[in-house]
Design a protein around this ligand. Structure first.
Ligand code: AMP
Ligand code: ZN
Length: 114
């Protein structure tokens, strides 16, 4: 199965990991839609939010932990711009990589369907 995010996870493609825990890793988006655009990606391949968390609801805790650690690392709570967390699920919702990930965005967002 061809999957860009599995390739990043398995180091088949180079990635600058900015945070990780036992279930997730985070990188900067290669094509940022905001001044700060971070992707929080599951280690385990799953198609989307529902596919991932319906099988591993207990992992929501580590999802929150890595997300909070990134909010703290980049001082997003103190940022004037605030921040958003978005999980596009399904092609019509704007999902282009079918491996579960969340977007953590801060700063002006361009023309992006949400
Ligand atoms: P989505 O459209 O919600 O599925 O989000 C996928 C995101 O992955 C897009 O914002 C892409 O810019 C980003 N992306 C795709 N390939 C890479 C990569 N190799 N490294 C970092 N971000 C990527
Ligand atoms: Zn994958």
């Amino acid at each position: 199965m061809d999957c860009i995010f599995c390739d990043l996870k398995n180091k088949k493609m180079p990635a600058q990991i900015i945070a990780k825990n036992k279930d997730f890793f985070a990188i900067f988006d290669i094509n940022p839609k905001a001044q700060k655009h971070i992707l929080i990606i599951s280690n385990r391949h799953a198609e989307n939010f529902h596919d991932y968390f319906s099988k591993n609801p207990e992992n929501f805790k580590s999802f929150i932990e890595i997300t909070n650690s990134l909010i703290e690392k980049y001082s997003l709570s103190e940022s004037d711009a605030g921040y958003k967390i978005i999980c596009n699920s399904g092609e019509k919702a704007g999902q282009s990589v079918n491996h579960f990930h969340a977007h953590l965005l801060s700063g002006k967002i361009g023309n992006w369907q949400v």
